[in-house]
Ligand binder design. Structure first.
Ligand SMILES: [Zn+2]
Ligand SMILES: [Zn+2]
Length: 340
């Protein structure tokens, strides 16, 4: 039986182990993908530490996958063909028939969303098998390692921004300049928003401006809410940080009908009900998106020149690469390449 390399976790909090596994065969409705690159996302902690309810082991993490379809299961729509280059993100499958799916609220599928690298094996491997519902087309112009982080960090920021209600010329703030934030600033600027970057300290200002921010707020030396108010108030604040109080500090800087879009899985935050109701301000959570959202993220990234800044590691060094991601020091996303 032909085998492949895979990086698996055998138990909650277990190490990332390099193992040889049989190359899987695609079941009905799925395709097998030869992986070229897979990004390492902070959410992979949910797999490694076993925090996802009902997760079973061994499990291969990875939900920022780029590769080529190399085998087709039965009943895959002709839209997808062997040899096609595809991406797979967080959202792998939803049922399509429950009440929430029938309202197009696929993220809330009552049958249970299948998540790549959590419910099914992910992209830290030479091959993965993915449902046809998970597939996004990858433009030729994008190299695999460049495209991979766009399948989660990219789609999350792009899709939140395009659904937040701001129009070209509106003031839009990106809170945090990290893996998500450095993409958020680029998308916001390319979408025509008057883009503000908010981060701790002065050192990220030159980069934020290079990425397209026209204003920079150092949240250590100034009050972000007051600064945003001076600029006229933000129609949208995209909160990419994982610190609740940092999010709370921006609510007072929202314009009337402004929205704080929460992307970072942070601890509790606070907001004054009076601030919310007097200006009809809102706080909304955002979830990445489905395969068509990923596909449109890749297409927009090519069209507008948005690029993820990455550090690449070979697949065998997944454990080292994962630690680098956890350290928070990577600039900005960490990507595994297979050499396939
Ligand atoms: Zn992710
Ligand atoms: Zn459903």
């Amino acid at each position: 039986m032909p085998t492949m390399r895979a990086i698996q976790v055998s138990r909650a909090n277990g190490p990332l182990e390099l193992v040889e596994r049989p190359i899987p065969d695609p079941a009905a409705g799925t395709v097998r993908i030869k992986v070229q690159a897979c990004g390492i996302c902070h959410s992979d902690v949910l797999t490694k530490d076993g925090h996802w309810p009902g997760i079973t082991f061994p499990r291969v993490p990875g939900h920022e996958v780029i590769g080529v379809i190399d085998a087709m299961g039965k009943d895959v729509p002709p839209r997808w063909q062997a040899g096609q280059r595809v991406g797979v993100g967080w959202h792998a499958w939803h049922c399509g028939w429950c009440d929430n799916c029938r309202r197009s609220d696929y993220y809330a599928c009552q049958t249970g969303v299948q998540v790549t690298g959590i419910s099914i094996d992910g992209g830290y491997a030479d091959y993965l098998v993915a449902p046809a519902t998970a597939l996004a087309e990858v433009p030729e112009e994008l190299k695999a390692a460049d495209a991979a982080p766009l399948m989660c960090a990219g789609v999350t920021t792009y899709n939140a921004l395009r659904n937040a209600g701001a129009l070209p010329g509106d003031l839009v703030a990106i809170l945090g300049i990290g893996g998500l934030g450095h993409l958020g600033v680029q998308y916001a600027a390319r979408m025509g928003f008057r883009t503000v970057a908010i981060a701790r300290g002065k050192d990220k200002e030159p980069l934020a401006r290079e990425l397209g921010a026209v204003h920079y707020i150092d949240s250590q030396s100034a009050d972000p809410a007051a600064e945003l108010t001076k600029l006229g108030g933000a129609k949208v604040v995209l909160a990419t940080v994982t610190h609740g109080p940092a999010m709370s500090a921006t609510v007072g800087g929202l314009a009337p009908r402004g929205r704080l879009m929460v992307l970072g899985a942070a601890g509790p935050m606070e907001a004054s009900p009076l601030t919310l109701l007097m200006g009809r301000r809102a706080i909304e959570g955002w979830y990445s998106g489905t395969s068509i959202d990923s596909q449109e993220t890749l297409a927009f990234s090519v069209q507008s020149g948005v690029r993820s800044m990455n550090e690449a590691y070979p697949l065998e060094k997944a454990a080292e690469a994962y630690d680098r991601m956890l350290s928070g020091k990577a600039r900005f996303r960490v990507v595994l390449t297979t050499g396939n």
